[in-house]
Write a protein that binds this ligand. Structure first.
Ligand SMILES: [Zn+2]
Length: 78
């Protein structure tokens, strides 16, 4: 289990980013929200989406959840 956080301030692309507790890019305590401890980053992502509309993974600690901004679920590869 890892502890996960989401940044309070969105990035320039408008996304709030989730991080594990030991990520070197984790925001300072006053600018992050604790999500809880989860077995998978995707669980933390689901939790973050309950109160943040645009959430993304971190390339450093949760690359499996990272999505390029242009790769939204609505874009389909045919
Ligand atoms: Zn991170």
């Amino acid at each position: 289990m890892q502890h996960y956080y989401v940044s309070d301030l969105p990035q320039v692309d408008g996304y709030h980013v989730i991080h594990t507790g030991d990520c070197r890019r984790l925001p300072l305590p006053h600018s992050r929200t604790y999500l809880g401890a989860y077995p998978f980053a995707v669980n933390a992502l689901d939790q973050a989406r309950r109160f943040r509309t645009a959430v993304n993974g971190c390339l450093t600690c949760t690359p499996g959840c990272y999505q390029g901004v242009m790769l939204s679920k609505s874009s389909k590869i045919s």
